[in-house]
Design a protein around this ligand. Structure first.
Ligand SMILES: NC(=O)c1ccc[n+]([C@@H]2O[C@H](COP(=O)([O-])OP(=O)(O)OC[C@H]3O[C@@H](n4cnc5c(N)ncnc54)[C@H](OP(=O)(O)O)[C@@H]3O)[C@@H](O)[C@H]2O)c1
Length: 314
């Protein structure tokens, strides 16, 4: 599935491409599950045009399946193994995809490919994002934009990490109930009003309302932006931090790109072994990627949408 025209989901189309040969350090994977990520939506929409994406770009970073080929320098014993892999910024919405061997994580017997692509990269962002915020047991946490893949993992990891309270922002009471089942203790509207101040805010949303959330930090509180589903914050947003100078608050961005691949791989293996709940919104055939994107655009998704290629092809 390639983005033939940037903009709406209708720009996604089935294309025939030659099977990619794994280059040195890469493996070829016959995919069984492909995660649909928020970043796929941003690329498809054209919002990341400045990064040089061209029409014909195949989306998809997070995949699981079976190793069908190995490039130079890759241990051939990977052949035939069931794995999770991170293909990067594209190439994953395909029946056969290449990924760096360094990202491979063997799938435990009991973990399905669908659950693996639900837990994997979202869990890594949540885990290292909380670490970046220096989250410690006994602290209070607010997860802003908790109903997406990253937020759902962050709620579970904060609960396991001994958070005293876990507040979440969400747009519906029904989502709030589902987040409570995963460990949230306070459910707030998108404005985050009504639950006091927090040691840590993990923010998937950013956008125009970001500065208002600085006021919800305790003294020495840390707000880490791990996403920007509502776009960039307004110009001059740091003024809100400075206006409360005496509270010694911190703001940081966090990108998993800054975590060494070996650490991400190790963390993914731990997430797979950790008994966390994989919240799958829906599994759709790969050809219906546009439908998946429409559902994401409409804000209908709680958890992960996963694409699966038709069995037995190519
Ligand atoms: N840091 C990294 O390394 C990294 C890696 C991969 C992706 N990302 C970024 O993470 C983001 C995607 O994460 P995700 O898949 O977990 O998120 P998502 O599902 O796209 O969105 C999370 C939630 O935010 C809420 N939301 C959406 N639009 C909003 C708005 N305008 N104002 C307030 N809330 C809004 C929605 O919940 P409610 O309707 O319930 O409020 C939504 O479910 C992207 O920005 C992507 O670039 C970061």
């Amino acid at each position: 599935m390639a983005v033939q025209a940037f903009g709406g989901p209708g720009g996604l189309a089935v294309v025939d491409r030659p099977v990619p040969g794994p280059a040195g350090g890469q493996v070829l994977i016959r995919t069984e599950a492909i995660g649909v990520g928020g970043v796929d939506v941003l690329i498809r929409s054209g919002a990341l045009a400045a990064y040089g994406f061209e029409p014909g770009h195949v989306l998809g970073g997070e995949i699981a399946g079976t190793v069908a080929g190995t490039g130079d320098g890759v241990d051939p014993s990977w052949l035939g193994k069931r794995v999770w892999a991170f293909a990067g910024v594209g190439g994953g919405y395909a029946e056969l995809a290449v990924a760096p061997a360094a990202t491979l994580v063997p799938l435990p017997e009991t973990l399905s490919p669908v659950d693996a692509v639900t837990l994997g990269s979202s869990g890594v962002v949540a885990r290292f994002g909380l670490r970046h915020a220096r989250f410690a047991p006994g602290e209070s946490v607010l997860i802003r934009g908790a109903a997406g893949g990253i937020g759902i993992m962050a709620v579970q990891l904060a609960a396991r990490g001994g958070a005293k309270t876990i507040a979440v922002t969400t747009s519906s009471a029904e989502r709030g109930e589902r987040l409570r089942e995963l460990g949230a203790t306070h459910v707030l509207g998108r404005d985050g009003e009504g639950a006091g101040e927090f040691d840590v805010i993990l923010d998937v949303v950013a956008g125009p309302d970001l500065p208002a959330f600085f006021a919800k930090l305790k003294p020495n509180g840390r707000l880490v932006a791990v996403g920007a589903v509502a776009g960039d914050p307004p110009a001059g947003f740091g003024q809100a931090l400075f206006s409360a100078f005496r509270k010694s608050m911190s703001f940081a961005t966090f990108s998993a790109d800054t975590v060494p691949v070996a650490d991400r791989t190790e963390a993914t293996a731990e997430l797979f072994a950790g008994g966390l709940r994989a919240v799958v919104h829906e599994v759709l055939p790969l050809e219906q990627a546009a439908r998946a994107h429409r559902m994401l655009d409409a804000g209908e998704v709680f958890g992960r949408i996963v694409l699966t290629p038709a069995a037995g092809r190519p």
